[in-house]
Design a protein around this ligand. Structure first.
Ligand SMILES: *Cc1c(COP(=O)(O)O)cnc(C)c1O
Ligand code: SF4
Length: 349
């Protein structure tokens, strides 16, 4: 059973009884839900409310990534020319304490039919849109019947090549990945699934079985994780997570720098800390297990890789840093009129 109240968290042993009364206001501000699979002490930091959430820093925003700044119709975000985000529902299986949409998730359930129709009309009327990203909330909380109906409507829009899910369901409630759901994913556009997962303990045997059902059906799997202090902000934990993912045919895609959502400063690292972790992983971990470390620029200006950088201009040449930290000169050599490079000096750090 999913735990949704402070007293249920106490009964499940995830919270001390003496802390409970102080946390009621937190649970009233930001909804609580912890599925059975996630109701474990080693995962509690992601899902169990704390008083720290009531501390809002001046820089924290209600809409940290600017979803509403680029909304041609309710429930649709169109920031990049070739792809849109469709918020099919605001419901999730779990409510993550660091969620960047924490002020909108859990609110009003599914997107009303009139808004859904307006969103699909915008997609159909905009041939530059090639990809529809279903997010929410979590689109995989929709019943296979409802999801199937939505996917058939997307299938009928010729410019849609790809339908991408952003979901936590295969990890937080793997039993939802049923044959019926998988059958609904079998449409003309290529369906890609990006699984949000942050800690190796989330990759249970049941989650692995759900990944297997999806990959066996030909659905490519990617992952996205949020860099979170007290959860995964160290190279060992992320190494274990990314290894578990590639073992299960899930390609780590993005590691997000934690967004400026309200009441989440206790989870946030500095960018320099994140770069240091990525630098350590670069030397240690298979290339296919490396995600791109990204920042969603506050205000809706888009996501960009934030390093670490390995390349710096040095006069007419480049200086490249290798995974051990040693620096090397590199000169562009093309068949154009680029000058022959001087013999490359090896610079020591
Ligand atoms: C994150 C995001 C996307 C997807 O970006 P990718 O880099 O393609 O994964 C698309 N639209 C919006 C508004 C986004 O925030
Ligand atoms: S599942 Fe995703 S959308 Fe839902 S609360 Fe967690 S991070 Fe936010």
């Amino acid at each position: 059973m999913t735990l949704t109240t402070i007293s249920q968290l106490v009964s499940a042993g995830l919270l001390d009884a003496d802390q409970a009364p102080g946390l009621e206001p937190v649970a009233e501000t930001f909804r609580v839900a912890v599925t059975e699979a996630m109701a474990r002490p080693e995962l509690a930091a992601q899902f169990v409310p704390t008083l720290a959430e009531m501390l809002t820093r001046a820089e924290e925003l209600s809409d940290p990534i600017g979803d509403h700044a680029h909304a041609p119709s309710p429930g649709l975000t169109h920031r990049y020319p070739d792809r849109v985000i469709l918020h099919a529902t605001q419901t999730c299986e779990v409510y993550c304490r660091f969620c960047f949409r924490r002020e909108s998730v859990g609110a009003s359930g599914h997107l009303p039919e009139a808004d859904l129709t307006a969103a699909l009309d915008h997609i159909a009327a905009t041939p530059a849109i090639r990809e529809v990203i279903l997010t929410g909330g979590d689109p995989m909380v929709l019943s296979p019947r409802r999801l199937g109906a939505l996917l058939r409507r997307l299938d009928a829009i010729p410019n849609v090549d790809v339908v991408r899910f952003h979901t936590r369901v295969p990890v937080v409630n793997p039993a939802r990945i049923t044959d019926e759901l998988i059958a609904a994913l079998d449409i003309r556009p290529a369906v890609w699934v990006v699984v949000h997962t942050n800690h190796p303990a989330e990759i249970t045997p049941e989650a692995e079985a759900a990944f297997r059902r999806l990959t066996r059906a030909g659905v490519p799997l990617l992952s996205q994780s949020v860099l979170l202090k007290g959860v995964n902000a160290d190279p060992d934990t992320l190494e274990a997570l990314f290894r578990a993912l590639i073992r299960n045919r899930v390609k780590p895609y993005y590691l997000h720098h934690a967004d400026l959502a309200k009441g989440t400063s206790h989870f946030r690292t500095t960018i320099a800390e994140g770069q240091k972790i990525m630098e350590t992983l670069r030397g240690r971990l298979s290339g296919i297990a490396q995600p791109t470390y990204v920042l969603d620029i506050p205000g809706g200006h888009g996501k960009v890789p934030i390093g670490p950088g390995y390349l710096e201009p040095r006069g007419a040449q480049w200086q490249v840093t290798d995974p051990r930290g040693q620096r090397h000169a590199y000169a562009d050599v093309t068949n154009g009129d680029v000058q022959a490079p001087a013999p490359a000096p090896i610079l020591t750090p």
